[in-house]
Design a protein around this ligand. Structure first.
Ligand code: GTP
Ligand code: MG
Length: 196
């Protein structure tokens, strides 16, 4: 599957504003600043498709992209952003769990976690929701360039071990938008999901 022709479709403020629930959809989720938007840009070879920022919480809307007709990539807002009021946070968590449970076209969830601090509480919650809903998960350990090769490898193996706790189909790879570590692996898995 060629990701390069990916185009922006729309921004939705709520799950209910998403496009019709048909075709195949893959969502990118993770804590604020984990590198979701950067990973989307790396995957699609487009530097400014999804907006990235040094300021956590940049992506406040659900951004919808189309790789091909009926094949969508979804950039979800980061969860656990400290400066967002608790009320807003809780509302978003409810919306996210509902999306994972009810969205028929959702065929895969990419969970991005900074390789230097993986499996924070909110990440674990998300992984439980996804596996409970039988949604295949790809965990990407982002910013892998921040660790030396040895530390990277150790963290990857530990993260794979930790993934077993969630049961279900959870794969773990490292990833770097900077050096493109893990890009072929991510591409293969996401292509397979989109092609079903
Ligand atoms: P929100 O939209 O706020 O939830 O953030 P996000 O998860 O979309 O993160 P984003 O892609 O905007 O990246 C956050 C910051 O991390 C930016 O400053 C990026 O340049 C940086 N970053 C992203 N990926 C990598 C990477 O692979 N390596 C390094 N070194 N920095 C990265
Ligand atoms: Mg973003």
């Amino acid at each position: 599957l060629n990701f390069q022709p990916t185009q922006f479709v729309t921004s939705a403020a709520t799950i209910s504003q998403l496009p019709a629930d048909d075709g195949v959809e893959i969502a990118f989720a993770g804590r604020s600043n984990a590198g979701k938007s950067s990973a989307l840009n790396t995957l699609t070879r487009q530097n400014s498709l999804a907006r990235t920022s040094k300021t956590p919480g940049r992506t406040q809307l659900i951004n919808v992209f189309e790789v091909a007709p009926g094949k969508r990539l979804i950039d979800l807002p980061g969860y656990g952003y400290a400066k967002v009021p608790l009320e807003v946070k809780e509302k978003w968590q409810r919306a996210l769990s509902e999306y994972l449970q009810k969205r028929e076209s959702l065929k895969g969830l990419v969970v991005l976690m900074d390789i230097r601090h993986p499996y924070r509480e909110v990440d674990q919650e998300l992984l439980h929701w996804a596996t409970d809903s039988a949604i295949p998960v790809l965990v990407l350990l982002t910013k892998a360039d921040k660790l030396k090769p040895g530390a990277r490898k150790t963290t990857l193996l530990q993260a794979r071990e930790a993934a077993l706790v969630f049961g279900g189909d959870v794969r773990v790879e490292m990833f770097s938008s900077l050096t493109k570590i893990g890009l072929p692996q991510a591409e293969t898995i996401i292509s397979d999901w989109l092609n079903q």
